[in-house]
Write a protein that binds this ligand. Structure first.
Ligand SMILES: Cc1cc2nc3c(=O)[nH]c(=O)nc-3n(C[C@H](O)[C@H](O)[C@H](O)COP(=O)(O)OP(=O)(O)OC[C@H]3O[C@@H](n4cnc5c(N)ncnc54)[C@H](O)[C@@H]3O)c2cc1C
Length: 288
C-alpha cells in the first residue's frame, strides 16, 4: 500500500485548513470504503494525506424538525444509523423507505462519502433528488448550499481532476437536508444488481410523486446506473403530471422514457432495465 500520512482534526475548520495546505494531494477520509481500495490498489489518484474526519463530533446525527424535515450529518453511517438506528421513514405519513439508503449493508459508509463517489454509480443521489434534498458544504469562505442535483452534475474537471461531483479539494460535505414531505407524497426506489447485497446498480429508478387524491400533481423520475450522473427524466415527469396514478399508467410511462438514449455496444439492456424498474416502481406506488 502507498505510504500515507493521516491527520485527525477535531473541527471542520481545522480539517479545511489541512486540506487547503496539501491541495489535491490530500483527501477527506470518512468511512474509507472507497478510499482504502484506491490506496490498496496504488491508484494514482489516491491521496498521500488522509484527513480523517471521524473525530469531528458534530457530524453524526439524524434530526427531524417539527415539520418533518430531516437533517443528516455527513458522518452518519448509512445502514446502522439511518435504518437500524430507528429513524422511521414512515413517520408523519411521509417518506417511504429507500432501498437506496437501507438496502445495502454499508456498515461504515458515511453519508458524505456516498454522495461524493468519483464516478457516480451511487444510489443515494437519485433517491435524494426525488426528495428535493440539499447538501451543505463547509468551504474556506463559509457554508455553501447546493441541491443534490447541482452536487452531481456528471463528469467535469474540478481542481485538475475529472470527477462527477463539484466538491472542491478543500471543501467538506457536512449535512444532507431533506425538506418536510407534503401530505400524499409517495416515493420509491428500485434497483437491479448482479449480486444480492453490496453491488452497484446495473440500473435503478427513484420516483417521487406528489398526489392530490389519485392525481399526480408533481413528479420526480431519476434513473441511476445508466449515465455519468443521476439522470432526471423530465419527459416522463411531464407525462405523469395531471394523470391518475394507476397500474395502467405504470405500463404507459416507459414509452416516454430514455427516447434519446444512445447505448454503447454492450449496454443497451440497461435501457430496458431502467424502463422495467420505472413500471414496477409506479405499480407499487399505485398499489399503496
Ligand atoms: C464492493 C462495493 C460495492 C458498492 N456498492 C454500492 C452500491 O450498491 N450503491 C452505492 O451507492 N454505492 C456503492 N458502493 C460505493 C460506496 O457506497 C462508497 O464507496 C462509499 O459509500 C463511500 O463512503 P465512505 O464513507 O466509505 O467514503 P470514503 O471512502 O471515505 O470516501 C469516498 C470519497 O468521498 C470523499 N469524501 C468522503 N466524505 C466526504 C465529505 N464529508 N466531504 C467531502 N468529501 C468526502 C473522499 O475523499 C473520497 O474521495 C460500493 C462500494 C464497494 C467497494
Amino acid at each position: 500500500m502507498k505510504k500515507i500520512s493521516v491527520y485527525r482534526p477535531t473541527t471542520i475548520e481545522e480539517a479545511i485548513q489541512i486540506l487547503s495546505l496539501h491541495g489535491t494531494e490530500a483527501g477527506v477520509y470518512a468511512g474509507g470504503t472507497d478510499l482504502l481500495i484506491r490506496l490498496k490498489n496504488r491508484l494514482k489518484q489516491a491521496p498521500t494525506y488522509l484527513v480523517d474526519i471521524k473525530k469531528i463530533n458534530n457530524l453524526r446525527y439524524i434530526k427531524e424538525d417539527a415539520q418533518g424535515g430531516v437533517r443528516i450529518g455527513a458522518l452518519t453511517e448509512v445502514w446502522c444509523q439511518y435504518l437500524r438506528g430507528g429513524y422511521s421513514c414512515w413517520r408523519n405519513g411521509g417518506y417511504i423507505c429507500y432501498g437506496a439508503i437501507g438496502d445495502n449493508s454499508y456498515y461504515h459508509s458515511a453519508m458524505g462519502g456516498r454522495l461524493c463517489y468519483a464516478v457516480y454509480p451511487g444510489d443515494a443521489a437519485p433517491a435524494l433528488i426525488t426528495l428535493d434534498a440539499k447538501v451543505k458544504l463547509a468551504t474556506p469562505s463559509g457554508i455553501k448550499e447546493l441541491t443534490v442535483e447541482q452536487l452531481v452534475p456528471g463528469d467535469m474537471m474540478v481542481d485538475g481532476r475529472i470527477q462527477s461531483h463539484v466538491v472542491r479539494f478543500n471543501e467538506i460535505l457536512t449535512e444532507v437536508v431533506i425538506p418536510p414531505p407534503r401530505p400524499d407524497f409517495r416515493a420509491s426506489f428500485e434497483k437491479l444488481r448482479p449480486r444480492g447485497v453490496w453491488d452497484f446498480a446495473m440500473a435503478s429508478t427513484a420516483l417521487g410523486l406528489q398526489l392530490r387524491d389519485k392525481t399526480i400533481e408533481d413528479a420526480r423520475v431519476v434513473f441511476g446506473g445508466i449515465s455519468g450522473k443521476p439522470f432526471r427524466e423530465r419527459s416522463v415527469e411531464e407525462f405523469l403530471k395531471g394523470k391518475t396514478l394507476s397500474a395502467e399508467l405504470a405500463g404507459q410511462a416507459p414509452s416516454q422514457a430514455l427516447r434519446d438514449a444512445a447505448p454503447l455496444k454492450y449496454n443497451a439492456t440497461k435501457i430496458d432495465m431502467a424502463k422495467g424498474l420505472l413500471t414496477s416502481g409506479l405499480e407499487k406506488l399505485a398499489a399503496l
